[in-house]
Write a protein that binds this ligand. Structure first.
Ligand code: ZN
Ligand code: ZN
Length: 466
């Protein structure tokens, strides 16, 4: 008997937490954070309290209350009976928060399985700064003191197409193209037949060939169940691609003799490459935050990604104004003290002397740097990320526009999504043609009814026999 229970990714984009049970083997497919659930009760200054362990998360339904999966220190604090973990593994599809972050609360005896590159991205994230809600590779148990060694999780890495087993289940991880490197879909061979999980993917990206390969393998497997994402299912047609982002941005930046500020997610390796190449092409230096040097280090290590390291001749490391406010070496601690002393580290004051020589990949949260750089009217801001979709984000846009007006900047929206457009999703699902479709990671699961009647509209926490 094989069962699926969906504890997240139900009528929401992200938060995937899917329990697969097969002949006594239990695994989770992703264990991501549900932003929708979190947003229902919490916001910036009202957060689940670390001082209450995992209680705030369980009581407010941010985490499913399942025995035998969470850390002993958290369960003990919650006054629960400690039981041996009852799950044999968690498959992590990729390093986005809505797929991996809640693994921070899982028992350290439950092994996590992820791609090599995904692990590299998580290491970079850790080096940028850890917190209670994001401690995936290792964590500090409640009550531990500074300097105590963290508790390590068991991390097993896989490579695309190399099958592995978790008890009775055999898993074939297959790389797919998405807006973070190291993203995988899975074909899971259960006692009832194969189950396919798409995770997040797109067909229009720079490595669409990987997604196509995944789709043909998935089809060939003749799956009994397909768990397909549907983020942009209502967004049927678009002509976006990374080359278009490159061309349009190059056009804007070539025509600008002023400062250029770009805003994108640094985990998106394609976007990093796009703007780095534009900087080179237009005779500008690519300015990155010290925090993002961690990503460059891991991306550069992965030869497939073709990304320069932080000491590259075309890269400038941006020195934030902090502590004394004088950009002196003693203002930077930890790894930052290393980055701040490198010969290619520059302060905003130095950048302001030749604004047309830089392409600043600093983003909205560094807008206070504009006060230091004080650009002349006509500086360019390129927003290269998705448009806002929540009310809170809408407020953010208003604030962003205020900054742009204040400095009389020119604003552009140039982006290509990490998710397949609607028509590509519908074609994919038709092509794989599984016995049963379970739409996940979407606000509009019923849209798939257009192309199939072999569909189950899932409910939160309900157990489905496969
Ligand atoms: Zn996602
Ligand atoms: Zn994703």
């Amino acid at each position: 008997m094989t069962f699926l229970t969906f504890y997240g990714g139900v009528n929401e984009i992200g938060g995937n937490k899917i329990l697969l049970e097969d002949k006594g083997t239990k695994i989770f497919i992703d264990f991501g954070k549900s932003f929708a659930q979190d947003r229902k009760f919490f916001e910036h200054f009202l957060k689940p309290r670390k001082s209450n362990g995992i209680n705030d998360h369980l009581r407010m339904g941010i985490l499913p209350d399942i025995p035998g999966i969470y850390r002993d220190d958290l369960m003990e604090f919650a006054g629960r009976k400690l039981v041996e973990p009852d799950v044999q593994g968690v498959l992590i599809s990729h390093a986005h928060a809505d797929h991996v972050d809640n693994a921070s609360f899982l028992h350290e005896k439950i092994p996590l399985y992820m791609g090599e590159t995904c692990k590299g991205v998580l290491q970079a994230l850790d080096e940028r700064g850890k917190n209670f809600e994001r401690a995936i590779l290792d964590f500090a148990p409640l009550g531990s003191k500074q300097g105590d060694p963290p508790t390590q999780r068991i991390i097993n890495t896989f490579r695309s197409g190399k099958k592995f087993k978790i008890d009775s289940l055999e898993i074939n991880p297959l790389h797919v193209d998405h807006s973070v490197p190291g993203a995988y879909g899975f074909i899971i061979y259960t006692s009832e037949g194969p189950i396919v999980y798409t995770a997040d993917l797109r067909r229009h990206g720079t490595r669409g060939d990987m997604t196509e390969e995944f789709i043909s393998e998935a089809k060939a497997a003749k799956p009994i169940a397909l768990l397909a994402e549907g983020t942009r299912i209502t967004d049927l047609e678009s002509d976006e691609n990374e080359q278009k982002v490159y061309n349009e941005s190059l056009n804007v930046i070539s025509n600008c003799n002023n400062l250029v500020f770009v805003d994108f997610n640094f985990k998106d390796v394609d976007r990093v490459r796009t703007f780095y190449n534009i900087a080179k092409k237009t005779g500008r230096k690519f300015v990155v935050k010290m925090k993002d040097c961690r990503y460059l280090k891991y991306f550069h290590n992965d030869k497939n990604l073709d990304i320069p390291n932080y000491d590259d001749e075309h890269i400038i490391i941006y020195k934030l104004r902090q502590r004394s406010g004088t950009f002196s070496n003693s203002d930077y601690y930890g790894d930052d003290s290393y980055y701040s002393r490198l010969p290619n580290a520059k302060s905003p004051i130095e950048i302001a002397q030749h604004p047309d020589k830089y392409l600043c990949a600093l983003g909205f949260y560094s807008f206070n740097s504009l006060i230091d750089m004080n650009p002349n009217a006509g500086a360019v801001y390129i927003h290269s990320a998705s448009e806002p979709w929540t009310e809170e984000q809408e407020f953010g846009v208003e604030r962003r526009d205020n900054w742009i007006d204040h400095f009389s900047m020119e604003q552009h929206q140039i982006h290509c999504s990490g998710h397949a457009k609607g028509q590509d999703l519908l074609d994919m699902v038709k092509e794989i043609d599984a016995k049963m479709l379970y739409p996940i990671h979407t606000d509009h699961p019923e849209e798939y009814k257009k192309i199939t009647d072999k569909i189950t509209i899932i409910e939160q926490g309900k157990k489905y026999k496969i």
